[in-house]
Design a binder for this molecule. Structure first.
Ligand SMILES: [Zn+2]
Ligand SMILES: [Zn+2]
Length: 386
């Protein structure tokens, strides 16, 4: 089958500490161990399904910011992506497709069914998995980084990570539309998990601020709008992304470069009549500059959900958490917690108008161009037809 393969050179930095298993697997944070990355178009073997697995004919796959981070490098040539990687790997983890083969022991899926699949492959048997923290499974494999991904014609995936899109195909009256929306479920499920599963949630009538309007931030905006936020302020550097934020439900948008330090938190306090933000979602990976604004604009009992990623330390005045009974919750992933099926239901019933998030369509053969374009960071989601 046709596939894209991400190649790179194993060059662990001296500060990298690995367990013997991870050393043997060469499974390490990309930014500490993998350099000189390149995406290559290749022909590789068709997959066969193991026990409990299905083969999915991939039909749509979205380009994720982390795919961009596996292409971009620091000045020493290391990839920017800081999650665990094992190269070479077929990348791609935001996908939807059609089940074309069933392995032995598959219970609920049938050939021809349209599915979206979770991309965090938790083991299911360790203590984290069995204590409702599946995204923190210590042996988690990530589709497209440490396990084969979806920039390929076919992918095998365990049935337990798949969710049917048949209802979505029925409600939209279009299989193509269901596949298109299906490939957005993964990035929307990350803020769902961060806010409602890992975090304390958001109540109708609360004030929300979302920092960073890439797909995760845009998903947060659409979800908080659907959940009855009183107001949503969106913050980003890109005019195009701020336009998308408005389309998905933000009431006000702001480019922080137009404000002096301290003015953003002042704006939040003013527009909430001195109450502050009940929920602040950091999906920018810029906590280093944002924390001073966030810590001074919490509502009493306010919550920050941190979804962005950066290896840098952030300056934070923890006393603000004491005074305001505020909290910071980190979260990653989307597996477990029923995020996928709930996002699918919202889509099915027209409660998440996220279609405008897709700002470009490309064919599989134009993958190199799609990755180049993603580096401009002006798109919502670049969707690839496989
Ligand atoms: Zn992603
Ligand atoms: Zn586990």
């Amino acid at each position: 089958m046709k596939a894209i393969v991400l190649q790179g050179q194993w060059a662990p930095k001296p500060e990298l500490r690995l367990s013997p298993e991870h050393q043997a697997q060469r499974k390490a944070p990309g930014s500490l161990a993998w350099k000189d990355p390149r995406y290559e178009a290749q022909t590789i073997d068709d997959p066969t399904p193991g026990h409990g697995e299905v083969v999915v004919r991939v039909r749509r796959v979205g380009v994720c910011g982390s795919d961009t981070h596996c292409y971009e490098t620091d000045e020493q040539g290391y990839v920017l992506f800081s999650g665990p990687m094992v190269l070479p790997v077929v990348p791609g983890h935001e996908y939807a497709g059609e089940v074309v083969a069933l392995g032995p022991g598959v219970r609920n899926l049938r050939v021809g069914e349209l599915v979206a699949a979770e991309g965090m492959l938790n083991c299911g048997v360790c203590e984290a998995c069995r204590s409702f923290k599946p995204n923190q499974c210590p042996t988690l494999e990530m589709v497209g980084f440490s396990a084969p991904g979806a920039y390929a014609e076919y992918i095998t995936v365990a049935e337990r990570f798949c969710w049917s899109l048949d209802g979505l195909a029925e409600s939209t009256g279009s299989k193509e539309q269901a596949l298109e929306l299906g490939a957005l479920i993964e990035p929307i499920s990350c803020p769902y998990n961060g806010i409602w599963v890992a975090g304390r949630g958001m109540l109708p009538g609360e004030h929300v601020v979302v920092y960073g309007c890439g797909p995760i931030g845009l998903g947060a905006i659409a979800l908080c709008r659907a959940a009855g936020a009183a107001s949503i302020l969106a913050v980003d550097l890109s005019a195009e992304r701020l336009k998308l934020a408005s389309a998905l439900g933000a009431d006000q948008v702001v480019d922080p470069r137009t404000l002096a330090p301290g003015e953003l938190s002042a704006l939040i306090m003013a527009r909430t009549r001195g109450w502050g933000a009940d929920l602040q979602v950091e999906a920018a990976g810029a906590a280093g500059v944002l924390m001073p604004e966030i810590e001074t604009s919490f509502a009493p009992g306010g919550q920050m959900v941190y979804l962005g990623r950066t290896g840098e330390r952030a300056p934070v005045m923890l006393d603000a958490l004491v005074t305001g009974a505020a909290s910071i919750n980190g979260a990653r992933g989307h597996v477990g917690g029923g995020c996928f099926p709930k996002v699918i239901r919202l889509l099915e019933h027209g409660r998440l108008p996220v279609g405008p998030m897709i700002t470009a369509h490309m064919d599989f053969g134009d993958f190199a161009q799609a990755i180049e374009q993603s580096c401009t960071r002006s798109d919502g989601k670049i969707m690839i037809r496989v």
